[in-house]
Design a protein around this ligand. Structure first.
Ligand SMILES: [Zn+2]
Length: 470
C-alpha cells in the first residue's frame, strides 16, 4: 500500500516544462550509520531531522528502504554500482576492490557530461576500494586519517583494529561540507553529480555543542561520554537503562548535527539558485544495533535496525511533494532512480529499477529486497518480500523467517519453511540467487557463487519454485 498525491499533474507539468529546464543536477548525501527509525520523519519521537523532514515534505520519502548490507563498504559499493553484493564482490574489506569493469553511477554521469565530485570522511569510502571510479574529484576530507592510510594496502589497513579505532574519533562533518561547498561553488553552473558522505553519526558519538546536550538528561553523571562505543566493555547489554538512554541520546545528537550539515548544503543550493534544477537525495548505508537483539554495532546481523535505512528524494517539477511510498525499495534502486530523474538512459548493467514511477503512482515495487553479510566469519543473507523476511545463516545452517506484520521487531523466528510465509520467502530467495547468477554471467562479473545446502535446496523445490515463477 502507498500514498499518492496527484501524480498525473506532476507528469504533465514535467512534459510542459521539460524543454525550458536545464539538465538536472544531482546532490546525493549519504549519512553513515543512520537507522531509519531514528529520523523524525520516519516516526521517531525525537525531532532529530528537521531539515530532512522538510526535504521529505517537498519530495518523496521511501518508508521501507533496505540496504544491501549492514556495513559501509558493500553498501556503498551497491549504492554506486546498483549491483547486489554477491555480484560487485566488494564485501569483506580485504584487498578486493570494486572491479574496474563495473560501471558506476558516477561514471554514468561523467560519461553524460556531468561534472562529478565526491567528498567523504569514512575510511571504507577510500578510492583503494574502487569507489572513486567516475569522479573528477574524489577526496578524503579527514587529512590525518587519509595520511595514516597512505603506504598501506587496503587489506593491511582494514585488518588493524587500532586504525579502525582512530577512524571513529573526530568531528568530520564541517570538513566534508566545506570541501563539497567549495566544489559546488566552482562547478555548480554546469550539470553536476555531487556525492557527500557524512560520517559523524557513525560511532563514536561526540556531537559538538549544543547537539551533545540536545536529547540527553542534563543531570546525567554516569560513565557514558559517547567515546569508544565499540571498544568499551562497559557498553554492553546489561548496562543500566540511564546509561543506554544517554548513549542513544548522543547518537541522536549526532544525527541532528548531520541534519544541520544537510541544511548547509541545501542553503548553498538556494544561494547559488540551483535548488530548482537539482535533485537532492538523502540516504544512508546501514543502521546499527543498540542491543535491540542483544548486540551492539553492525556488521554482525541482518535485523531491521541494521539494514532499514532512510531515502528521501526531492526532484522539483518531477516528483510530487509530500508523498510517502510504503512499498519496498532497495539500495540498488537508487542509481536507476537518479539516472531516470536526470534524463539519462537506463543501464542494462544495473540490477535495480527506477523508483520514480512508484512515487508518481505508475510503477511496481521490487518484489523482494536481498541483503547480504559476507564479511569476517559471517555468511548471511536475508530476503524481504511482502510482509515476510527470511534469514539464512550459511555458517550455522539456520534458516528462519519472520512475519513482519505480526512481529515487526523480529522477536519470534519461525523455522517451519513449509508453513505461513515460508514458501513465498523461499521462492523470493531463489529468485534473488537466480538474478545474481544471470547478471554475473551476462556481464562476466567475477561473482561469488551461492551454493545452497541440500536441505534448503529441497525446501525451495518443495515451495514450488519453477512453477511459473520468474
Ligand atoms: Zn557505514
Amino acid at each position: 500500500m502507498m500514498l499518492r498525491t496527484a501524480p498525473m499533474i506532476f507528469l504533465l507539468a514535467l512534459v510542459a516544462c521539460g524543454a525550458e529546464q536545464r539538465q538536472p543536477s544531482v546532490l546525493l548525501i549519504s549519512i553513515d550509520m543512520l537507522r531509519a527509525d531514528h529520523l523524525s520523519c520516519y516516526g521517531y519521537e525525537r525531532n532529530t531531522t528537521p531539515t530532512i523532514d522538510g526535504l521529505a515534505a517537498e519530495g518523496v520519502r521511501f518508508a521501507r528502504h533496505i540496504s544491501s548490507a549492514p556495513w559501509t563498504l558493500p553498501a556503498h559499493a551497491a549504492m554506486f554500482s546498483s549491483l547486489p553484493d554477491s555480484v560487485h564482490g566488494c564485501v569483506d574489506g580485504t584487498d578486493n576492490a570494486l572491479p574496474d569493469g563495473i560501471v558506476t553511477l558516477a561514471e554514468r554521469f561523467q560519461t553524460a557530461g556531468y561534472g562529478t565530485g565526491g567528498f567523504f570522511a569514512g575510511p571504507y569510502l577510500h578510492p583503494a576500494f574502487g569507489l572513486g571510479q567516475g569522479f573528477d574529484e574524489y577526496r578524503f576530507c579527514v587529512p590525518d586519517l587519509a595520511a595514516s592510510m597512505d603506504g598501506q594496502s587496503v587489506g593491511e589497513w582494514a585488518g588493524d583494529p587500532a586504525a579502525h579505532r582512530r577512524s571513529h574519533h573526530g568531528v568530520t562533518n564541517p570538513g566534508v561540507v566545506d570541501a563539497a561547498s567549495a566544489w559546488l561553488q566552482e562547478h555548480g553552473q554546469e550539470p553536476f553529480f555531487l556525492f557527500v558522505h557524512l560520517w559523524d553519526a557513525h560511532f563514536d558519538f561526540v556531537p559538538p555543542k549544543p547537539f551533545d546536550a540536545r536529547f540527553g538528561d542534563p543531570d546525567y553523571e554516569g560513565f557514558v561520554d559517547g567515546r569508544e562505543f565499540f571498544f568499551d566493555q562497559r557498553i554492553n547489554r546489561t548496562m543500566a537503562e540511564k546509561d543506554l538512554h544517554q548513549l542513544v541520546a548522543l547518537y541522536d545528537g549526532e544525527i541532528m548535527w548531520c541534519d544541520a550539515h544537510v541544511k548547509r548544503l541545501l542553503e548553498l543550493l538556494d544561494d547559488l539558485e540551483l535548488a530548482d534544477d537539482t535533485i537532492v537525495a538523502v540516504t544512508s548505508d546501514h543502521g546499527t544495533e543498540f542491543f535491540d537483539h542483544g548486540g551492539k554495532g553492525h556488521r554482525r546481523t541482518l535485523y531491521g535496525e541494521a539494514i532499514e535505512i532512510p531515502l528521501v528524494i526531492r526532484a522539483p517539477g518531477q516528483l510530487p511533494a509530500g508523498v510517502v511510498v510504503d512499498d519496498l525499495s532497495r539500495m540498488v534502486d537508487l542509481g536507476p532512480t537518479l539516472m531516470e530523474l536526470s534524463g539519462l538512459p537506463p543501464s542494462n548493467r544495473f540490477v535495480g529499477i527506477s523508483l520514480a514511477p512508484l512515487a508518481t503512482g505508475e510503477g511496481s515495487a521490487p518484489r523482494a529486497a536481498l541483503s547480504e553479510l559476507l564479511a569476517d566469519q559471517n555468511r548471511m543473507r536475508s530476503v524481504i518480500s511482502g510482509s515476510g523476511k527470511l534469514v539464512w545463516n550459511e555458517v550455522s545452517g539456520d534458516v528462519v523467517w519472520f512475519d513482519l506484520d505480526r512481529d515487526p521487531e523480529e522477536r519470534n523466528p519461525q523455522r517451519d519453511l513449509s508453513q505461513g510465509l515460508g514458501p513465498e520467502l523461499l521462492r523470493a530467495l531463489q529468485a534473488e540467487i537466480r538474478t545474481i547468477q544471470l547478471v554475473s554471467e551476462q556481464h562476466q562479473y567475477p561473482h561469488q557463487p551461492i551454493v545452497l545446502p541440500p536441505a534448503l535446496d529441497q525446501a525451495i523445490r518443495a515451495s514450488g519454485y519453477g512453477g511459473g515463477e520468474k
